[in-house]
Design a protein around this ligand. Sequence first.
Ligand SMILES: *[C@@H]1O[C@H](CO)[C@@H](O)[C@H](O)[C@H]1NC(C)=O
Ligand SMILES: *[C@@H]1O[C@H](CO)[C@@H](O)[C@H](O)[C@H]1NC(C)=O
Ligand SMILES: *[C@@H]1O[C@H](CO)[C@@H](O)[C@H](O)[C@H]1NC(C)=O
Length: 358
Amino acid sequence: MVQLSQALTTVLLATSVVAHPGGNTNREILRRQAHLDHPNRRSVQSCKRNLVESGWVREQHQRREARLHELRVAAGFAKEHELVRRDPAEVEETYGVEAACTLDPESTEGPYWVVGELIRQDLLTGETGAITHLDVNIIDTSSCMPVTDAYVEMWGSNATGVYTGVMAKGNGDGSDTAVKTNALRGLQPTGANGTATFITVIPGHYVGRTNHLHTIIHHGAKLLPNNTIQGGTISHVGQFYIEQDFMGQVEKTSPYNTNKQAITTNAADALFNMAKQGDDDPIMKISLIGKTIEDGLYATIDVGVNPKAKQTPQPVNMWTSDGGIPVPDSPWAGYPDSCKYCGSKPPRKEKKDVLAEE
Ligand SMILES: *[C@@H]1O[C@H](CO)[C@@H](O)[C@H](O)[C@H]1NC(C)=O
Ligand SMILES: *[C@@H]1O[C@H](CO)[C@@H](O)[C@H](O)[C@H]1NC(C)=O
Ligand SMILES: *[C@@H]1O[C@H](CO)[C@@H](O)[C@H](O)[C@H]1NC(C)=O
């Protein structure tokens, strides 16, 4: 039997009185706790020695340095020969700290996952905002090796806090405009280094949630001729966050500064606080490409997964050539008013299921 930790109990008490727009918070707390308490849970940090000894930490650091430099040269902020490299030994030394950015703990898929999105690097499809080159490394924390054959799925709200592919009360004006586009959604395979790369925007905030990006890690999926995937398993469901002071700077830029929805800070967001437990750090490391946020950003994060783990997130819609269409019997259908996963009190049996699952 699992004991709720003190910190978690505090979160539980603090959130059980408010209806949470992320869905059923208590259900998430139980799921997260079961994961934290799992005997096989390992962090990226516990793989430090293997990853340093194999040379992977050094290689990945150098690759990321070179990538940022390449983006700077392309945007006219640096000359080809101006790359200044940091001592890799120093990077290896501190890897344990920086690699605390594992998303190994599970977090909710939320009410806006649209399944069947396209495999593509550039997710913009006309959206504007703080353009972000995102570099995600996936590490198998059971073998301490990079995961070279996974698909990383990403989705986020647009700069003014609206999700595409779905229609729901509270998502923008609640109309069907956004349901017809797949902007800011897509998947990328991890390559030889366990790296998936995307171009997206820093997500805008919306009522009840701090700014965040969603991710799902797929294994063993089949690539279809129309550039989507089918089947396979999901090892990880998580969210990436942005450091609060930096987010404040982004919120001052256009079009973020036209977003009228109430802001929730990281500190006030229950899901953010849960994601940080167990020495995990779900905050992306972000560098300016030029002098200002408008010049573009380079963001990196390491995600620890156990490829054998099987998570069962539930999509609300499916992307088709005609836009997002409802997935039959989705527990998120009817969100936020009347869905199986709505509300702040989980059905009694849910707790038993969660603990038995692990
Ligand atoms: C993997 O990283 C190495 C070392 O930085 C780099 O030379 C190589 O191009 C990368 N491979 C892929 C597939 O990204
Ligand atoms: C976000 O999406 C909504 C709905 O499609 C749209 O009205 C708004 O202009 C978008 N925001 C930005 C910054 O593009
Ligand atoms: C891709 O193909 C699958 C299988 O035929 C189909 O179900 C899906 O709707 C297609 N997706 C798109 C975006 O065309």
